[in-house]
Design a protein around this ligand. Sequence first.
Ligand code: ATP
Length: 425
Amino acid sequence: MSGLPVWIGIDDTDSYYGGCTTWVAAKLALRFKDRLLDFPYLVRLNPEIPWKTRGNGALALKFSSLTDKEVEEVATFVMSVARGDGKTSPSLLISWGDVRQDRFAIKAIRDVITRRELERALEKIAPTSRYFLKKPGKSRGLIGCIAAASHQWSDATYELIGYRDDQSYERPEFREDVLWMDSLTAPITFANFDREAGKPLIYPHGPDPVLFGIRGEDVRVLKAGMMMLRNSCSFWMVFKTNQGTDEHVVAIRSFEQAYPYTTVSIEAHVASNPTTISGGHVVIDLIDKDGNHGQAVFYRQTGNLNRVVRRLVRGDLVRIWGGVRPETQRKVINGQGLTLVAPKNTYEEVPSCPFCHRKMKEVNAGRYICDTCGVQAVGKARLQLKRDILPNRIYQPSASAFKHLMKPAGRRAILTPQEVRSILS
Ligand code: ATP
């Protein structure tokens, strides 16, 4: 099958105890860099999948060609470095020509892929591909391999990851460098520093080879960001990724369409004032446009978002998004974001007497009288509600609670090459 590009898909080579699939992909990208056709792809899949190890990332590489001997070298390398501890299923896919499982790929980001769906996809790509498993029969990792190699890019960001050789020492965290870097490069870079907590976010804390990761819109700015850090890595790689794109979110109209393990966005009315439960988490009851009931929980860990949700009142129209919990009796969403679409701005109250300011008494349906002054009124008084939440603004979790796929509200697109050409012409 010479002449066709060779796709490599890799997934599940890490575990709670170490390793990182991006490191495996980065090593292969460097080994065959003369034939690499694009950045390595780091595709984040459904964040609600219960069996993910960390960020549910899958990797793909596209090479112009690889010899049979090189294919064997890739397979030997991936299988030898894959951890294989616990419930993982380290997998490698090699495909000659495009994989073209686009619907499978988007479903892997937004929903759950069944064993049957995986088998069907493998049957379809069998004539042009080979796969390798670290543990015979454990093929779940192939879901990520197929999805990453088939992913279609409607929006993308980049992550520059710096790696370390020696994993036995604590990562040196240069807080001040990261804050300066953030102040000079954001919003072209994002998720660098949590200013509320005073903590850098570019350093992971697990036993893996990643020293730091800088995320953003433009590769040149990511490289400049790296130069602002005192950390020295043994090597680095830039990945093209769907991080920060909200690609996992599905807009739905009714709570009936809120399926467990998906992330949905829904417009609904707030049905009762928010309740704070033990632990400081906030629960709101919702009614969608079809009259179905649902609930959203905003955990204390979402910080800013949890505080803002407390300011909602019964009658507000909101759009909320988040992961659907696997509960069967009712639809509960773990809130990850909120917009106030139409605020309730007035409320009704028993009228007060304009002379003595005492509350009036209801004499019969809708008629009120002041016992002292004899003044009469028809209907309740309509008063302005003071609100401390802004309509149409996107409220999101504090930086530390941000997940990979969530789109930062301040993301700013840079000029496309076409725009640059048209401005300069
Ligand atoms: P990383 O640490 O690289 O960010 P992770 O370790 O959290 O990612 P994986 O180790 O890749 O996640 O494990 C997730 C497993 O779940 C993989 O085997 C993957 O193929 C599978 N998987 C991912 N998305 C889906 C999905 N939508 N449906 C079914 N299985 C999935």
